[in-house]
Design a protein around this ligand. Structure first.
Ligand SMILES: NC(=O)c1ccc[n+]([C@@H]2O[C@H](COP(=O)([O-])OP(=O)(O)OC[C@H]3O[C@@H](n4cnc5c(N)ncnc54)[C@H](OP(=O)(O)O)[C@@H]3O)[C@@H](O)[C@H]2O)c1
Length: 292
């Protein structure tokens, strides 16, 4: 059984939707949890569950050697933490606020200059998913800090170690959100297409989810091709897929469905064919993104 006295004390700065979920997960796992929020009332529910309220940022920082910050953006992190750099020295700062890779590297350099161990993170779930072992939280930055606190951070979600470059968690996060929006867009387009013939989204989606599993297998295969710079076209060529996308465009036109997404895919495929690469596999289109 977990004892309150053996778990690492943690401070959470920022108790919006996400920060409250993070603090709640730490409390639920028995960590002595100190909380601070700019609008103090947002701490009340956590304090009622056993969290310790800090009245000032400085009190919050000195309460624990491990600090988690999750506020709106990079500017808020900077405004919050720069005045307490002295108190942060010798502690570990885990920044789960979304930002750019450049901002993460800037904060990492600032932290290094003040003797603060720094981890940047990307939370790949919504507040409801915090604390579930199926939810990924990406980390990059101090390997020593991650090694020392992996067990505590695992309470928030499965920690994914991206290495010592503090910018990588934000870079992965941005790329993965782009992937999510592309999948949402493709699914919404397909749902509108089949919906025009009376198929409910709830009927179509289980089939779409099976298809995404198959597509995931293609990604595994194509990743190796991209790293090798070799696109053998041994499964389906771009020529074949360019012909197939015409069926999608035709079906959409007949049903009055916005065709801009598949038109973009057709444009990329047609460019590859025009460059003499129609016999290659689809992964060749990475060049279109690398050299727009
Ligand atoms: N929600 C999600 O699903 C999700 C998922 C992944 C990542 N994230 C990231 O998590 C971070 C927080 O998101 P959220 O959903 O918790 O947002 P939220 O509910 O709007 O909360 C924002 C938090 O930031 C604080 N804040 C804003 N400006 C501040 C400042 N200048 N100084 C001090 N505190 C400030 C707010 O304090 P007040 O209460 O005083 O306004 C509040 O605690 C964001 O970077 C977001 O991108 C969120």
């Amino acid at each position: 059984m977990k004892s309150e006295h053996t778990e690492t004390p943690v401070t959470v700065l920022g108790l919006g939707r996400m920060g409250s979920a993070l603090a709640g997960a730490l409390l639920a796992a028995g960590h002595p949890t100190t909380v601070w929020n700019r609008t103090p009332g947002k701490a009340d529910a956590l304090v009622a569950r056993g969290a310790l309220r800090a009245d000032t940022v400085a009190d919050a920082v000195t309460a624990s050697d491990l600090l988690v910050v999750c506020v709106l953006d990079h500017a808020a992190v900077t405004a919050l933490l720069q005045p307490v750099a002295g108190q942060l020295a010798g502690r570990t700062l885990v920044n789960l606020t979304s930002g750019s890779p450049e901002q993460a590297r800037e904060t990492a350099a600032w932290a290094a200059g003040h003797g603060i161990a720094y981890l940047d993170g990307g939370i790949m779930t919504t507040p409801e998913g915090v604390g579930l072992p199926t939810s990924m939280i990406l980390y990059s930055g101090s390997p020593e800090a991650l090694a020392a606190h992996r067990g505590t951070l695992a309470v928030l979600g499965d920690p994914i170690d991206l290495g010592a470059d503090a910018g990588l968690a934000s870079l992965y996060d941005a790329g993965l959100l782009g992937l999510m929006w592309s999948v949402f867009g493709g699914w919404l387009h397909a749902t509108a297409l089949v919906g025009a013939d009376g198929v409910a989204a709830g009927t179509f989606t289980p089939v779409a989810l099976r298809w995404l599993t198959t597509v995931g297998g293609f990604l595994d295969r194509y990743a190796g091709q991209i790293d090798a710079g070799h696109y053998p076209g041994d499964d389906a060529t771009i020529d074949v897929q360019l012909a197939a996308v015409e069926h999608l465009l035709h079906a959409g036109r007949e049903r009055g469905v916005d065709g801009r997404l598949p038109e973009f895919h057709r444009e990329l495929m047609a460019k590859a064919v025009a460059e003499g690469n129609g016999g290659d596999s689809y992964a060749r289109l990475v060049d279109a993104f690398r050299r727009p």
